[in-house]
Structures are given as structure tokens and as C-alpha cells.
Design a binder for this molecule. Structure first.
Ligand code: 9MR
Length: 374
């Protein structure tokens, strides 16, 4: 009798709390929990795209309804030399996305990084003129967007064009093409697939000055009548920030500017960033020190709790603005191969994602995110 009473008590307690039971966490997928609100996406690496690991594919299919290619559509991979396109890996990614009925994202058409030097030079090694570089950009966009027309539903057209102070980064694109190169890239993408959603994507847009730069880009596109569906705030965060109020102001400013916001590369680093950078600039590196890599033997429960709390606050905020957020994408499937194990310091053991190295869910984290959906 005592046992029955105790079970009834426990059952009512769990029901009152919503998702507090390990079985619920296991049985409820992210994509189902947020259905009708926003897509829950994941970035795939090459081996996840080509199905080398069926266990990972099973988890991707079960939990997510949108995918982004972590690296395989970047210029250096898809268009390594002037007359060579390499579609092998991008095709595998798209095929997997179709088979899994995913909302498929393309990343990225124009970036200052991972773009080979030849792109900016003629056959004699001289820098291209504006017209010649525009032609090269248009051909690239036509070829890549055209190949996946109607299948890739949204494109990160331009990635990371801004400095932290909101001015335009003085990249080779900017130096040769000038102020309107972003508008041009969007125009080419829109012409290549008029139905695809087009995005401007960047990190640290929670910083006021940088975000003002992105609002300027949105206004510039709108003034020219070029469609931009959403701005992507990448969301490479850490346990120390940003503050939820900063992320909220970011959402509000973009909504005011007349675009939706997607969270496109979400992860939360749990490692100390002392001596490392707080940006997501891929060119940033710092030296390895044991004290900057404290959890090589496993993630302590209290740190997992902090991670769970951070994720929950973010997802509660995303739910508050769900009618203006189309997608929240995690930058990687599990801690096993997150880029944060190697950036900004190589060879650390980080735990930024909801799934552990063995692909099991971080129970506290998943539960916290699922609760935010209620
Ligand atoms: O996760 C990506 C990593 O595997 C690559 O080495 C790196 C350079 O191409 O890019 C990483 O992804 C970046 C994304 O494309 C743009 N925003 C920042 C991401 C993390 O650096």
C-alpha cells in the first residue's frame, strides 16, 4: 500500500513538472517538441551527410527537421579551382536531406574565409576588376544555387561581412567590389532561385554596434527591393554570455527592421575563454594550457546544470518570439565532433551540444530545452 501511494505521489509530481522523467526525455524529440513553432536544425559534417555512421544518421533523423552543411558548400570545397566544381559531397548532403524530409539549408555563397585566392585573380595573377569579379561571383552563384533549385530552401548568401564595430570588413570582396557587393550577391541568388529564402548570417550580432551594421545591410537590401527573409544570428555562445537581454534586443531590432531571425549555429562553450577570443572568427587561435581544458575526464554535473539553464533561458526567449523565428540550428550533432574541441585552442574537450560523445542525450540539457517548449 505504501509503495502504491509513493508511486502515485511520484507520478503526480512528474506530471506537475512536465518533462522530468528520463523516459519523456528519451521519447520526445526536439523537432516534435517545437513543431509549429520553428524548425530545429543541425549542421552535418561530411560523414554524417554520406551516411558513414548509421547511428549518427538515426539520431539526426529522429531529433531534427532541418540541416545545414558544416563545410561542404564553402567555396574552397565546392569550387576549388577555376574550372572545377566538386559537387560530390554537397550532392550527398542534399540527397540525405531529401531522404529525411529535411528543410535543407545552403551555407554559404560568399564569405571572406575558405575562399581560394584564385577567385580574386586573373590568369596572370593580377587582381580582378570589379566587373570581372562580379561576373565570377554571378557564375558561381548561378551554378551552385541553380543545381539545387527548389531543393535547397534557404541560403546563407553572405556570411560574416561585418567587423565587430559594425563597419564592413575590408575583405577582398569589399576591396574589389565596394559597398554594394552584398546587394549584388543577393540579387544573383534571387535570380538563380526566386523561391529560395535568402539570409545574411553573422556571429556576435547581440553586440549593439555590430547589429547596427547588420540592420544597415537589411535596409540597403530592402531599399533595392531585393528580398531578405531573415538574418541569422549564429549563436556561438558560452556559459558566461551573452546576457538574455542582449539576445532579446537583437531579436527586437531585426524584427523592427522587417526581417525574421534564425539562430543558425547554436552551441554553448563550457570551457574557460580566458586567453581565448569571444568571437567566432575562425582565424583566431590561442595556445593550449591544461587549466583551460578542465573537463577531460567528463562534464561535472554542476556544469551540466549551468549549461541546461543557459539553454533553457535561450529557448524560452526563442519561444516568446516564435512567430518571427523560423529555425534554431545547432552547430553540430554531438560533442564528439564539435568545432569547439579545436577552436580557439586545439585539442580541448568541450561539451557545447545537447548530445554527448556517445550520442546519448545530456539528460539535464534536453529536459531543460523540452520544458521551454511547453
Ligand atoms: O564548423 C566549421 C569548421 O569545421 C571549419 O573548420 C570552419 C572553417 O571553415 O568553419 C566552421 O564553421 C563556421 C561557419 O561556417 C561560419 N560561422 C562560424 C563557424 C564556426 O567557426
Amino acid at each position: 500500500m505504501k509503495l502504491i501511494k509513493r508511486s502515485i505521489f511520484l507520478w503526480s509530481f512528474f506530471m506537475a513538472c512536465g518533462f522530468t522523467n528520463a523516459q519523456d526525455v528519451k521519447d520526445t524529440s526536439f523537432k516534435d517538441a517545437f513543431k509549429g513553432k520553428f524548425y530545429i536544425g543541425v549542421a552535418l559534417n561530411r560523414w554524417q551527410s554520406n551516411g558513414s555512421n548509421p547511428e549518427e544518421q538515426k539520431l539526426i533523423k529522429a531529433e531534427f527537421n532541418s540541416i545545414s552543411p558544416e563545410n561542404d558548400m564553402k567555396w574552397e570545397n565546392i569550387h576549388p579551382s577555376k574550372d572545377t566544381y566538386n559537387f560530390e559531397h554537397a550532392d550527398a548532403y542534399v540527397k540525405t536531406g531529401k531522404q529525411m524530409d529535411m528543410f535543407i539549408i545552403g551555407h554559404t555563397l560568399l564569405w571572406h574565409s575558405q575562399t581560394p585566392d584564385w577567385v580574386f585573380k586573373d590568369d596572370q595573377g593580377n587582381l580582378l576588376t570589379r566587373d570581372a569579379l562580379l561576373k565570377r561571383l554571378e557564375d558561381h552563384i548561378n551554378t551552385v544555387v541553380g543545381r539545387y533549385k527548389g531543393v535547397i530552401k534557404g541560403w546563407d548568401v553572405v556570411n560574416e561581412a561585418l567587423n565587430e564595430d559594425g563597419t564592413l570588413r575590408k575583405s577582398k570582396w569589399y576591396n574589389i567590389l565596394g559597398d554594394d557587393y552584398i546587394v549584388k550577391a543577393f540579387e544573383y541568388a534571387h535570380a538563380a532561385d526566386p523561391d529560395a529564402e535568402l539570409y545574411y548570417n553573422d556571429y556576435n550580432l547581440y553586440k549593439k554596434e555590430k547589429r547596427a551594421g547588420a540592420v544597415k545591410i537589411v535596409n540597403q537590401l530592402k531599399a533595392k527591393g531585393v528580398p531578405i527573409k531573415a538574418v541569422g544570428e549564429q549563436g556561438h555562445y558560452s556559459l558566461t554570455g551573452p546576457a538574455i537581454s542582449e539576445v532579446e534586443s537583437t531579436l527586437q531590432d531585426f524584427i523592427k527592421a522587417g526581417v525574421n531571425v534564425n539562430i543558425t549555429e547554436l552551441d554553448i562553450s563550457v570551457l574557460p575563454d580566458k586567453g581565448a577570443s569571444t568571437t567566432a572568427d575562425v582565424s583566431n587561435n590561442a595556445a593550449y594550457k591544461k587549466e583551460l581544458d578542465p573537463y577531460t575526464d567528463g562534464l561535472p554535473k554542476d556544469i551540466e546544470k549551468k549549461l541546461a539553464d543557459s539553454y533553457q533561458s535561450l529557448f524560452k526567449l526563442f519561444m516568446k518570439y516564435e512567430n518571427k523565428i523560423d529555425r534554431v540550428t545547432f552547430w553540430g550533432l554531438s560533442d564528439r565532433n564539435t568545432w569547439l574541441n579545436n577552436w580557439p585552442i586545439r585539442g580541448r574537450t568541450n561539451y557545447p551540444l545537447p548530445f554527448n560523445r556517445d550520442l546519448s542525450a545530456k539528460t539535464q540539457v534536453k529536459e531543460a530545452i523540452l520544458k521551454a517548449a511547453k
